[in-house]
Design a protein around this ligand. Sequence first.
Ligand code: GLN
Length: 446
Amino acid sequence: QHFLKRIDRLDPQLNSLITVTAARAMRQAELADARLAKGEAGALLGIPLIQKDIFCTQGVRTSCASQMLDRFIAPYDATIVQKLDAAGMVMLGKANMDEFAMGSSNETSWYGPVKNPWDVTRVPGGSSGGSVAAVAAALAPVATATDTGGSIRQPASLTNLTGIKPTYGRVSRFGMIAFASSLDQAGVVARSAEDAAVVLREMSGFDPRDSTSVEKPVDDYVAGLNQSIKGLRIGIPSEYFAEGLAPGARVLVEAAIQKFKELGAVIKEISLPNSPLSVPTYYVVAPAEASSNLARLDGVRYGHRADGVKTLEDLYKKSRGEGFGAEVQRRIMVGTYVLSHGYYDAYYLKAQKVRRLICDDFKAAFKDVDVVLGPTATDVAFKLGTNADDPVAMYLNDIYTIAANLAGIPAMSLPCGFVDGLPVGLQLMGNYFEEGRLLNVAHQYQ
Ligand code: GLN
């Protein structure tokens, strides 16, 4: 009730939620109460959360912030929704986001932009802008989020939160609406590494319904939080401190490196030579996969259907033309182009080869260091509307986050200070399945 009241009072200004599920929340809270009364224990029993509106929730609208799915009521729960419900969590609502998770500012949502609680004239980052705004404004203690190219980490950085994108395959994608299937990964945003660890432990694990889910036991992320980081080898990639990083953010990240030294870590300069190629590689691979994934939304089976059409071709064109926003249409066009006969070799195949090089950079780095540290975003949150007419400028927001998705490694963002009252985040990247180590390092720092 406390959180629902805060949502009522504060969310009209922030717009962090697309749907509030008050009645469902009260039912779940009563169930949690009954379980507690029976003596059941559980770290998450009765803890409220917000689900990003990319996760299917049975009987509840699941829009992906698109007009295309405005009236879509999911017929089943995503695996992570099922798991967190079973742990006794109480879902307060569904978070706003960029349409189909395409964006870095939460301005592409059909339901309108989300405002950053630290300064409501600024963006909260994207695509998980609703998830972070809600948690930063204490409308919920935690929220789920997804990260295809930085959508957990960049918004966490812009709102002073801790957000983690686990290894590709660690958390089930069943029931998570696909954007770019080889990059998409679910995770969590919270107010501390400890909170994130508790929720991630519950979300993780093998799921036979997701063919990319990995059959490997889940480490106890919570039990490992208090390990000392003395002797931990931290790699600092020179490419992440080149031009483009705002001076204020650089000072804070450098101060954080100093603090890690004081905690006993060993700092090593490293190189990830192919990282400047991450943005162009991602913006070929991600749209290619998106164009294929979104082909199912044709106005026939489900989703928006245009009125007054005469032919089948007309039905496709009008339904998709009306249902998808400008950024989604741009991605579909780019994706279709790079996959076309005659262009496939020059773009898609080439991008896949560069992706391998980026991946190999990390494999080489992790022979010498345990974690890689750098900035999460180039600067603090920007003003709403700043990059509205310049998609390429918007894409450059993802410069430090995309490589982790291309390689499939775990990565997280944690708060590292303020510039003129606006938060700056610090990024940690780890080797495959080392999310436990990242959370431990973050917890020691916090
Ligand atoms: N900003 C990136 C994009 O627009 C990443 C989005 C994401 O991680 N979902 O594609």
